[in-house]
Design a protein around this ligand. Structure first.
Ligand code: NAG
Ligand code: NAG
Length: 178
């Protein structure tokens, strides 16, 4: 059991390494289409999803939603906190919004629909710095931290295919090394 766990852990580490060296990825916000909406509960919130994902410079976020009913505003930290939609840094309302994360640090997004931000339709994305990216082996998120089932960095949204390849790669490398 313990060795099984160790093998799994090393696979996860190898997968993280592998993913680090692959090119930019696309993340569908919320992990699936049309997740840009008022969350039904705290545990369903988009920030819970974001905490379980790792974003790197060059990655792209994709929001899908009904453009007649919603929009995506990129705002300052202050406007994020107060849900102030009056002067966004950027406004997107095409229903299939792509934002490339071209620098490290926090990004703040809120819904432009009336009252939605106040009801929790908001998102903070933290993009890792170049330095921690090149190290590549910051510890994998532990299940305890996120209070849910183990969340491997490979289980999110648009990276499933590449993550799957990474997992195979990790397991093979694990078998060779151990
Ligand atoms: C989202 O929808 C697009 C097309 O509308 C589709 O290509 C894509 O695979 C979908 N993504 C997910 C994660 O379901
Ligand atoms: C929202 O932001 C604008 C511009 O920064 C400011 O003038 C306005 O007072 C703010 N509204 C609220 C309710 O804080």
């Amino acid at each position: 059991m313990a060795s099984h766990k160790a093998a799994l852990l090393s696979s996860v580490l190898l997968v993280s390494l592998f993913v680090t060296f692959t090119e930019a990825r696309e993340f569908v916000v919320g992990g699936k289409n049309n997740s840009w909406k008022i969350p039904s509960s705290e545990s369903d919130s988009l920030n819970k999803w974001a905490e379980a994902s790792r974003f790197r410079v060059g990655d792209t976020l994709v929001w899908t939603y009904d453009p007649k009913k919603d929009s995506v505003l990129q705002v300052t930290k202050k406007d994020y906190e107060t849900c102030n939609t009056s002067s966004p840094l950027a406004t997107y309302k095409d229903g299939n919004t792509k934002v490339k994360l071209d620098k490290s640090g926090p990004y703040y997004f809120i819904s432009g629909a009336d009252g939605h931000c106040k009801q929790g339709q908001k998102l903070i994305i933290v993009v890792m710095s170049k330095r921690s990216q090149s190290m590549g082996i910051s510890p994998a998120p532990s299940p305890v931290e996120f209070g849910g089932p183990a969340v491997a960095p490979t289980s999110t949204g648009g990276v499933t295919l590449r993550g799957g390849l990474g997992l195979i790669f990790g397991v093979l490398t694990g078998m060779i090394l151990f």
